[in-house]
Design a protein around this ligand. Structure first.
Ligand SMILES: C[S@@+](CC[C@H](N)C(=O)[O-])C[C@H]1O[C@@H](n2cnc3c(N)ncnc32)[C@H](O)[C@@H]1O
Length: 209
């Protein structure tokens, strides 16, 4: 069931899609509530550096968290659908989007990545940071417009060298990201392991129709 923010301004400021209370969701909400996972309010450096190569228009920030990248994109003219199942993170993004004067450009979507409906061929750009898409990749491919671009960045398992407590479920094996992008044309792929940060970055485009 959708709750329209304009009707329930005080109670519901986001569109919610049947998001169940799962242990995983509670865990993320606690991380954001107790500040054990502090949001970075700056955009991801790969996004900032590669803005010129990315198509403009409608964007999906998949697993947006508190939404630093959503805000950055909204301030640069994108209309951003920001999707996450943490209501704590979505509330942080709501406040920040008002503070930054871009609340009309950021659509807050509270929902599960696996279930939240995504319109087919709706997005010029999909960004997803630090949450491996894995089996969700076909949903993303479907949601991209022809010639739409995915920018996906996640830690590789090498991150455990720098942070032994890092969550393995948020990491990919070396080369895994590249093989995930079935149905997309790879524009750029890199694996970086430097300065305490091991990650893979994929930029890939959906073929024209
Ligand atoms: C590592 S954080 C990354 C947040 C953000 N992309 C960033 O760069 O700051 C992963 C995010 O995925 C969200 N998440 C994890 N599983 C999810 C699910 N099944 N549905 C929706 N969001 C989910 C968490 O709430 C969290 O905000």
């Amino acid at each position: 069931m959708y709750n329209d923010a304009s009707l329930f301004l005080e109670l519901k400021f986001y569109k919610e899609w049947q998001v169940a209370i799962s242990p995983e969701r509670i865990r993320w909400n606690s991380r954001y509530s107790d500040n054990s996972f502090l949001p970075n309010w700056g955009p991801d450096i790969s996004l900032a550096q590669r803005m010129g190569e990315l198509p403009k228009g409608r964007c999906l920030d998949f697993a947006c968290g508190p939404g630093a990248n959503s805000l950055f994109l909204a301030k640069r003219g994108y209309v951003v659908d920001a999707l996450d199942f943490s209501d704590v993170a979505i509330e942080m993004l709501r406040r920040a989007s008002y503070g930054e004067g871009v609340s009309d450009k950021v659509n807050l979507l509270l929902g599960d990545l696996k279930e939240h409906p995504l319109e087919v061929e709706n997005y010029d750009l999909v960004v997803s940071f630090w949450f491996p898409l894995g089996g969700l990749m076909p949903r993303i491919v479907e949601a991209l417009k022809p010639e739409g671009v995915l920018l996906h960045k996640v830690h590789t398992l090498h991150q455990q060298r720098y942070d032994p407590k890092c969550d393995r479920t948020l990491c990919v094996a070396p080369n895994e990201l590249q093989t995930m992008a079935e149905g997309l044309e790879t524009l750029h792929y890199e694996e970086v392991d430097e300065r305490d940060n091991a990650h893979a970055l994929l930029i890939a485009r959906k073929p024209p129709q």
